[in-house]
Design a protein around this ligand. Structure first.
Ligand code: HEC
Length: 372
Protein backbone atom coordinates (compact mmCIF):
# COMPACT_ATOMS: atom_id res chain seq x y z
CA UNK A 1 0.00 0.00 0.00
CA UNK A 2 2.80 2.43 0.90
CA UNK A 3 5.88 2.83 -1.31
CA UNK A 4 9.05 1.07 -0.28
CA UNK A 5 12.35 2.82 0.28
CA UNK A 6 13.72 4.13 -3.02
CA UNK A 7 10.42 3.83 -4.88
CA UNK A 8 9.58 6.86 -6.98
CA UNK A 9 6.50 9.02 -6.70
CA UNK A 10 4.98 9.22 -10.18
CA UNK A 11 4.13 12.90 -10.54
CA UNK A 12 6.91 14.51 -8.53
CA UNK A 13 9.78 12.11 -9.15
CA UNK A 14 10.56 12.24 -5.44
CA UNK A 15 11.99 9.08 -3.96
CA UNK A 16 10.83 7.57 -0.71
CA UNK A 17 13.88 7.96 1.54
CA UNK A 18 15.90 4.95 2.71
CA UNK A 19 17.81 6.63 5.50
CA UNK A 20 16.83 9.37 7.88
CA UNK A 21 17.07 12.63 5.97
CA UNK A 22 19.26 15.29 7.53
CA UNK A 23 17.52 18.14 9.32
CA UNK A 24 18.27 20.87 8.67
CA UNK A 25 19.48 20.21 5.12
CA UNK A 26 23.10 21.17 4.91
CA UNK A 27 26.02 20.56 2.63
CA UNK A 28 24.77 22.50 -0.36
CA UNK A 29 26.81 25.64 -0.84
CA UNK A 30 23.96 28.11 -0.64
CA UNK A 31 25.48 30.01 2.21
CA UNK A 32 27.06 32.71 0.09
CA UNK A 33 23.91 33.45 -1.83
CA UNK A 34 21.54 33.34 1.08
CA UNK A 35 23.84 34.62 3.78
CA UNK A 36 21.87 37.74 4.54
CA UNK A 37 18.48 36.04 4.40
CA UNK A 38 19.21 33.39 6.98
CA UNK A 39 17.48 35.06 9.86
CA UNK A 40 14.60 36.73 8.07
CA UNK A 41 11.90 34.15 8.61
CA UNK A 42 13.12 33.22 12.11
CA UNK A 43 12.76 36.77 13.35
CA UNK A 44 9.19 37.17 12.20
CA UNK A 45 6.62 38.06 14.77
CA UNK A 46 4.81 34.88 15.62
CA UNK A 47 1.07 35.04 15.77
CA UNK A 48 1.42 31.52 16.97
CA UNK A 49 -1.82 30.01 17.92
CA UNK A 50 -4.22 32.37 16.24
CA UNK A 51 -4.51 30.36 13.05
CA UNK A 52 -4.74 26.94 14.62
CA UNK A 53 -7.91 24.96 14.44
CA UNK A 54 -9.89 24.55 17.65
CA UNK A 55 -8.80 21.43 19.41
CA UNK A 56 -11.70 20.82 21.75
CA UNK A 57 -13.07 17.38 21.03
CA UNK A 58 -15.44 14.68 22.04
CA UNK A 59 -13.17 12.40 24.04
CA UNK A 60 -12.55 9.06 22.36
CA UNK A 61 -13.49 5.93 24.23
CA UNK A 62 -11.02 3.53 22.68
CA UNK A 63 -8.24 1.88 24.67
CA UNK A 64 -5.20 2.96 22.66
CA UNK A 65 -2.57 0.29 23.23
CA UNK A 66 0.25 -0.92 20.98
CA UNK A 67 -2.00 -3.49 19.40
CA UNK A 68 -4.64 -0.86 18.53
CA UNK A 69 -2.06 1.39 16.85
CA UNK A 70 -0.14 -1.33 15.00
CA UNK A 71 -3.28 -3.04 13.72
CA UNK A 72 -4.72 0.31 12.63
CA UNK A 73 -1.57 0.80 10.56
CA UNK A 74 -1.96 -2.73 9.20
CA UNK A 75 1.31 -3.78 10.80
CA UNK A 76 1.60 -6.96 12.85
CA UNK A 77 2.65 -6.10 16.39
CA UNK A 78 5.58 -8.22 17.61
CA UNK A 79 6.88 -6.49 20.69
CA UNK A 80 5.66 -3.04 21.63
CA UNK A 81 6.07 -1.07 24.82
CA UNK A 82 4.87 2.37 25.82
CA UNK A 83 7.59 4.93 25.09
CA UNK A 84 8.89 6.99 28.02
CA UNK A 85 7.12 10.38 28.19
CA UNK A 86 8.69 13.24 26.22
CA UNK A 87 10.86 15.62 28.22
CA UNK A 88 9.20 18.93 29.20
CA UNK A 89 11.26 20.82 26.67
CA UNK A 90 10.04 18.61 23.81
CA UNK A 91 6.43 18.98 24.94
CA UNK A 92 6.89 22.76 24.87
CA UNK A 93 8.34 22.54 21.33
CA UNK A 94 5.42 20.37 20.27
CA UNK A 95 2.90 22.82 21.70
CA UNK A 96 4.59 25.75 20.00
CA UNK A 97 4.58 24.00 16.64
CA UNK A 98 1.15 22.36 16.71
CA UNK A 99 -0.95 24.02 19.42
CA UNK A 100 -1.44 20.64 21.11
CA UNK A 101 -1.00 21.15 24.85
CA UNK A 102 -0.36 18.36 27.33
CA UNK A 103 -4.11 18.35 27.97
CA UNK A 104 -4.93 18.03 24.27
CA UNK A 105 -2.53 15.11 24.12
CA UNK A 106 -4.64 13.10 26.57
CA UNK A 107 -5.63 9.99 24.68
CA UNK A 108 -2.50 10.12 22.52
CA UNK A 109 0.15 7.43 22.89
CA UNK A 110 3.62 6.50 21.66
CA UNK A 111 5.00 2.96 21.45
CA UNK A 112 8.43 1.58 20.59
CA UNK A 113 9.43 -1.92 19.60
CA UNK A 114 9.13 -4.16 16.61
CA UNK A 115 6.41 -4.90 14.09
CA UNK A 116 6.10 -7.08 11.04
CA UNK A 117 5.51 -5.10 7.85
CA UNK A 118 4.51 -7.32 4.93
CA UNK A 119 6.75 -10.13 6.19
CA UNK A 120 9.69 -7.92 7.21
CA UNK A 121 10.52 -7.30 10.85
CA UNK A 122 11.00 -3.58 11.53
CA UNK A 123 12.04 -1.57 14.51
CA UNK A 124 9.51 1.15 14.95
CA UNK A 125 8.18 4.13 16.86
CA UNK A 126 4.41 4.47 16.55
CA UNK A 127 2.26 7.39 17.62
CA UNK A 128 -1.47 7.91 17.90
CA UNK A 129 -3.23 11.26 18.27
CA UNK A 130 -7.01 11.60 18.70
CA UNK A 131 -8.94 14.18 16.72
CA UNK A 132 -12.52 14.96 15.96
CA UNK A 133 -13.97 15.08 12.47
CA UNK A 134 -17.65 15.45 11.60
CA UNK A 135 -18.39 15.14 15.31
CA UNK A 136 -16.85 11.67 15.48
CA UNK A 137 -13.70 10.58 17.32
CA UNK A 138 -10.83 9.59 15.00
CA UNK A 139 -7.18 8.68 15.57
CA UNK A 140 -4.23 9.77 13.43
CA UNK A 141 -1.65 6.98 13.42
CA UNK A 142 1.93 7.46 12.26
CA UNK A 143 4.88 5.07 12.20
CA UNK A 144 8.61 5.65 11.65
CA UNK A 145 11.12 2.83 11.31
CA UNK A 146 14.29 2.46 13.38
CA UNK A 147 16.16 4.95 11.14
CA UNK A 148 13.44 7.56 11.59
CA UNK A 149 12.12 7.03 8.05
CA UNK A 150 8.40 7.06 7.26
CA UNK A 151 6.84 3.63 7.54
CA UNK A 152 3.09 4.15 7.43
CA UNK A 153 0.21 6.48 8.28
CA UNK A 154 -3.48 5.73 8.80
CA UNK A 155 -6.67 7.29 10.05
CA UNK A 156 -8.84 4.96 12.11
CA UNK A 157 -12.18 5.31 13.80
CA UNK A 158 -12.66 4.77 17.52
CA UNK A 159 -13.00 1.03 16.94
CA UNK A 160 -9.51 0.99 15.34
CA UNK A 161 -10.88 0.43 11.85
CA UNK A 162 -8.75 2.13 9.10
CA UNK A 163 -10.93 4.53 7.12
CA UNK A 164 -10.77 3.98 3.37
CA UNK A 165 -11.61 7.61 2.71
CA UNK A 166 -8.02 8.58 3.62
CA UNK A 167 -6.04 5.76 2.05
CA UNK A 168 -5.21 7.48 -1.21
CA UNK A 169 -4.25 10.73 0.52
CA UNK A 170 -2.03 9.01 3.06
CA UNK A 171 -0.05 7.13 0.41
CA UNK A 172 1.51 10.45 -0.60
CA UNK A 173 2.89 10.99 2.90
CA UNK A 174 5.80 8.69 2.05
CA UNK A 175 7.12 11.44 -0.24
CA UNK A 176 6.57 14.51 1.91
CA UNK A 177 9.15 16.27 4.03
CA UNK A 178 8.92 14.68 7.48
CA UNK A 179 8.09 16.98 10.38
CA UNK A 180 10.92 16.94 12.94
CA UNK A 181 10.51 18.09 16.51
CA UNK A 182 13.92 19.73 16.49
CA UNK A 183 13.24 23.27 15.27
CA UNK A 184 9.60 22.62 14.30
CA UNK A 185 7.67 25.80 13.47
CA UNK A 186 3.95 26.54 13.67
CA UNK A 187 2.06 26.46 10.37
CA UNK A 188 1.27 30.14 10.82
CA UNK A 189 4.97 30.79 10.06
CA UNK A 190 4.21 30.29 6.37
CA UNK A 191 1.62 33.06 6.31
CA UNK A 192 3.81 35.29 8.46
CA UNK A 193 6.76 34.79 6.12
CA UNK A 194 4.61 35.62 3.11
CA UNK A 195 3.25 38.81 4.73
CA UNK A 196 6.68 39.91 5.90
CA UNK A 197 8.29 39.33 2.49
CA UNK A 198 5.39 40.97 0.67
CA UNK A 199 6.04 44.18 2.61
CA UNK A 200 9.67 44.25 1.49
CA UNK A 201 8.83 45.22 -2.09
CA UNK A 202 11.52 44.56 -4.66
CA UNK A 203 14.11 43.29 -2.18
CA UNK A 204 15.59 40.25 -4.01
CA UNK A 205 15.74 38.08 -0.89
CA UNK A 206 12.08 38.69 -0.13
CA UNK A 207 11.21 38.04 -3.77
CA UNK A 208 13.10 34.76 -3.63
CA UNK A 209 11.24 33.68 -0.50
CA UNK A 210 7.88 34.47 -2.06
CA UNK A 211 8.81 32.67 -5.27
CA UNK A 212 9.80 29.56 -3.30
CA UNK A 213 6.41 29.57 -1.59
CA UNK A 214 4.69 30.00 -4.97
CA UNK A 215 6.67 27.22 -6.70
CA UNK A 216 5.58 24.67 -4.16
CA UNK A 217 1.98 25.81 -4.44
CA UNK A 218 2.04 25.49 -8.24
CA UNK A 219 3.64 22.06 -8.00
CA UNK A 220 1.16 20.70 -5.52
CA UNK A 221 -1.63 22.09 -7.69
CA UNK A 222 -0.21 20.15 -10.64
CA UNK A 223 0.18 16.97 -8.71
CA UNK A 224 -3.27 17.44 -7.19
CA UNK A 225 -4.89 17.66 -10.59
CA UNK A 226 -3.21 14.62 -12.06
CA UNK A 227 -2.82 12.41 -9.03
CA UNK A 228 -6.44 11.90 -8.11
CA UNK A 229 -8.55 8.83 -8.41
CA UNK A 230 -10.96 9.68 -11.27
CA UNK A 231 -14.04 9.60 -9.02
CA UNK A 232 -12.48 12.29 -6.83
CA UNK A 233 -11.83 14.85 -9.54
CA UNK A 234 -13.87 18.00 -9.24
CA UNK A 235 -12.78 19.33 -12.65
CA UNK A 236 -13.13 17.64 -16.02
CA UNK A 237 -10.04 16.93 -18.17
CA UNK A 238 -10.40 20.15 -20.20
CA UNK A 239 -10.75 22.42 -17.15
CA UNK A 240 -7.95 20.77 -15.20
CA UNK A 241 -5.63 20.96 -18.22
CA UNK A 242 -6.41 24.66 -18.60
CA UNK A 243 -5.61 25.17 -14.95
CA UNK A 244 -2.31 23.34 -15.41
CA UNK A 245 -1.48 25.45 -18.45
CA UNK A 246 -2.01 28.71 -16.54
CA UNK A 247 -0.06 27.42 -13.59
CA UNK A 248 2.97 26.59 -15.80
CA UNK A 249 2.85 30.07 -17.36
CA UNK A 250 3.02 31.55 -13.87
CA UNK A 251 5.89 29.17 -13.04
CA UNK A 252 7.87 30.48 -16.03
CA UNK A 253 7.41 34.02 -14.66
CA UNK A 254 9.03 32.94 -11.39
CA UNK A 255 12.38 32.40 -13.12
CA UNK A 256 13.23 36.03 -12.47
CA UNK A 257 12.93 36.08 -8.67
CA UNK A 258 14.43 32.55 -8.64
CA UNK A 259 17.50 33.76 -10.54
CA UNK A 260 19.85 33.52 -7.51
CA UNK A 261 19.17 29.77 -7.44
CA UNK A 262 18.74 29.04 -11.15
CA UNK A 263 21.81 30.92 -12.42
CA UNK A 264 22.69 29.74 -15.93
CA UNK A 265 19.86 27.21 -15.84
CA UNK A 266 17.21 29.97 -15.87
CA UNK A 267 16.64 29.82 -19.64
CA UNK A 268 16.16 26.07 -19.54
CA UNK A 269 13.75 26.44 -16.61
CA UNK A 270 11.66 28.94 -18.60
CA UNK A 271 11.75 26.72 -21.69
CA UNK A 272 10.53 23.65 -19.77
CA UNK A 273 7.80 25.61 -17.97
CA UNK A 274 6.60 27.23 -21.22
CA UNK A 275 6.65 23.94 -23.09
CA UNK A 276 4.66 22.34 -20.27
CA UNK A 277 2.12 25.15 -20.48
CA UNK A 278 1.73 24.59 -24.24
CA UNK A 279 1.40 20.83 -23.76
CA UNK A 280 -1.30 21.38 -21.14
CA UNK A 281 -3.14 23.81 -23.45
CA UNK A 282 -2.99 21.12 -26.17
CA UNK A 283 -4.44 18.65 -23.68
CA UNK A 284 -7.33 21.04 -23.02
CA UNK A 285 -8.02 21.49 -26.75
CA UNK A 286 -7.88 17.73 -27.34
CA UNK A 287 -10.22 17.11 -24.40
CA UNK A 288 -12.73 19.63 -25.76
CA UNK A 289 -12.59 17.85 -29.13
CA UNK A 290 -12.88 14.51 -27.30
CA UNK A 291 -9.77 13.36 -29.15
CA UNK A 292 -8.39 11.08 -26.45
CA UNK A 293 -5.37 9.93 -28.47
CA UNK A 294 -4.21 13.51 -28.92
CA UNK A 295 -4.95 14.16 -25.25
CA UNK A 296 -2.76 11.21 -24.24
CA UNK A 297 0.11 12.33 -26.48
CA UNK A 298 0.00 15.90 -25.09
CA UNK A 299 -0.13 14.58 -21.54
CA UNK A 300 2.93 12.37 -22.11
CA UNK A 301 4.76 15.38 -23.45
CA UNK A 302 3.82 17.43 -20.37
CA UNK A 303 4.72 14.64 -17.94
CA UNK A 304 8.11 14.20 -19.64
CA UNK A 305 9.00 17.73 -18.58
CA UNK A 306 8.23 17.16 -14.90
CA UNK A 307 11.32 15.08 -14.33
CA UNK A 308 13.52 17.13 -16.70
CA UNK A 309 12.90 20.25 -14.66
CA UNK A 310 13.18 18.57 -11.24
CA UNK A 311 16.53 17.09 -12.22
CA UNK A 312 17.79 20.25 -13.91
CA UNK A 313 21.44 20.80 -13.06
CA UNK A 314 22.34 24.06 -11.35
CA UNK A 315 26.05 24.31 -12.16
CA UNK A 316 26.84 27.28 -9.91
CA UNK A 317 25.35 25.57 -6.85
CA UNK A 318 26.55 22.08 -7.76
CA UNK A 319 23.15 20.55 -7.25
CA UNK A 320 19.87 19.64 -8.91
CA UNK A 321 16.76 21.81 -8.76
CA UNK A 322 14.92 19.66 -6.24
CA UNK A 323 17.44 19.33 -3.43
CA UNK A 324 18.72 22.85 -3.90
CA UNK A 325 15.29 24.42 -3.66
CA UNK A 326 14.52 22.38 -0.55
CA UNK A 327 17.78 23.53 1.06
CA UNK A 328 16.98 27.15 0.14
CA UNK A 329 13.57 26.85 1.80
CA UNK A 330 15.25 25.37 4.85
CA UNK A 331 17.72 28.23 5.13
CA UNK A 332 14.88 30.76 4.82
CA UNK A 333 13.00 29.16 7.72
CA UNK A 334 10.23 27.68 5.55
CA UNK A 335 11.66 24.19 5.11
CA UNK A 336 9.75 22.34 7.82
CA UNK A 337 7.38 19.50 7.21
CA UNK A 338 4.45 21.83 7.93
CA UNK A 339 1.80 19.50 6.53
CA UNK A 340 -0.12 22.46 5.20
CA UNK A 341 -2.64 21.51 2.56
CA UNK A 342 -1.75 23.19 -0.72
CA UNK A 343 1.75 24.12 0.48
CA UNK A 344 3.63 20.90 1.16
CA UNK A 345 0.61 18.57 0.95
CA UNK A 346 -1.27 17.90 -2.23
CA UNK A 347 -4.92 18.70 -2.15
CA UNK A 348 -6.67 15.47 -2.89
CA UNK A 349 -10.34 14.81 -3.30
CA UNK A 350 -11.19 16.00 0.18
CA UNK A 351 -12.61 19.23 1.28
CA UNK A 352 -9.54 21.37 2.14
CA UNK A 353 -10.69 22.17 5.64
CA UNK A 354 -11.39 18.55 6.59
CA UNK A 355 -8.07 17.51 5.13
CA UNK A 356 -6.24 20.15 7.17
CA UNK A 357 -7.85 18.93 10.40
CA UNK A 358 -6.58 15.43 9.61
CA UNK A 359 -3.15 16.78 8.55
CA UNK A 360 -2.73 18.75 11.81
CA UNK A 361 -3.40 15.65 13.90
CA UNK A 362 -1.09 13.65 11.63
CA UNK A 363 1.69 16.22 12.05
CA UNK A 364 1.34 16.00 15.80
CA UNK A 365 1.55 12.19 15.56
CA UNK A 366 4.61 12.49 13.28
CA UNK A 367 6.32 14.79 15.78
CA UNK A 368 5.51 12.44 18.66
CA UNK A 369 6.88 9.54 16.63
CA UNK A 370 10.05 11.59 15.97
CA UNK A 371 10.17 12.34 19.66
CA UNK A 372 13.61 13.90 20.15
C1 HEC B 1 10.00 24.31 -15.08
C2 HEC B 1 10.27 23.52 -13.93
C3 HEC B 1 9.30 22.50 -13.41
C4 HEC B 1 8.41 21.71 -14.12
C5 HEC B 1 8.18 21.66 -15.62
C6 HEC B 1 7.74 20.87 -13.12
N1 HEC B 1 8.20 21.14 -11.88
FE1 HEC B 1 7.58 20.24 -10.15
N2 HEC B 1 8.99 21.28 -9.10
C7 HEC B 1 9.79 22.27 -9.62
C8 HEC B 1 10.60 22.81 -8.55
C9 HEC B 1 11.59 23.96 -8.70
C10 HEC B 1 10.27 22.09 -7.38
C11 HEC B 1 10.91 22.20 -6.01
C12 HEC B 1 10.16 23.07 -5.11
C13 HEC B 1 10.79 23.09 -3.74
O1 HEC B 1 11.22 22.05 -3.23
O2 HEC B 1 10.81 24.16 -3.18
C14 HEC B 1 9.24 21.15 -7.76
C15 HEC B 1 8.58 20.29 -6.86
C16 HEC B 1 7.49 19.52 -7.17
C17 HEC B 1 6.70 18.80 -6.21
C18 HEC B 1 6.90 18.80 -4.73
C19 HEC B 1 7.53 17.53 -4.36
C20 HEC B 1 8.43 17.62 -3.25
O3 HEC B 1 9.57 17.24 -3.46
O4 HEC B 1 8.02 18.07 -2.18
C21 HEC B 1 5.71 18.14 -6.90
C22 HEC B 1 4.62 17.23 -6.33
C23 HEC B 1 5.89 18.47 -8.29
N3 HEC B 1 6.97 19.31 -8.42
C24 HEC B 1 5.08 18.00 -9.30
C25 HEC B 1 5.28 18.29 -10.66
C26 HEC B 1 4.52 17.70 -11.73
C27 HEC B 1 3.44 16.67 -11.54
C28 HEC B 1 5.01 18.25 -12.89
C29 HEC B 1 4.61 17.95 -14.31
C30 HEC B 1 3.21 17.82 -14.63
C31 HEC B 1 6.06 19.18 -12.53
N4 HEC B 1 6.19 19.18 -11.17
C32 HEC B 1 6.77 19.94 -13.45
C33 HEC B 1 9.86 22.69 -10.94
C34 HEC B 1 9.16 22.13 -11.99
Amino acid sequence: MVPKCGETDEPSGRRAPCVRPPNPATGIPLSEILVSTKTSARTLSLSLLSSLVGLAMALPGAVVDGEFVARGLELKPLELAKAPPLPKQSLAALKRATGYSTRDLKGSAVFVGTVNQDGVEQETRLASVPFELDGQPHHALFALNGDGVFLRAAVVNDAGQPLDEWRHTLKNFAFYELPRLDGAQPRSELGDARRQWSRRGKDPEAQLGLALLDVLKHMNDQASVFNLPPEGRALGPAESSEMASQSFTQLADLAEPLAPLLGQAADEFVRLATESSTAAANMAAAARAEDWDAMGAAQRSMMGNCRSCHDLNLPELEGLVKGTFAAARESLGIGDGFYQVGHDLRITHHDRERMQIMADAMRCAALLADGN
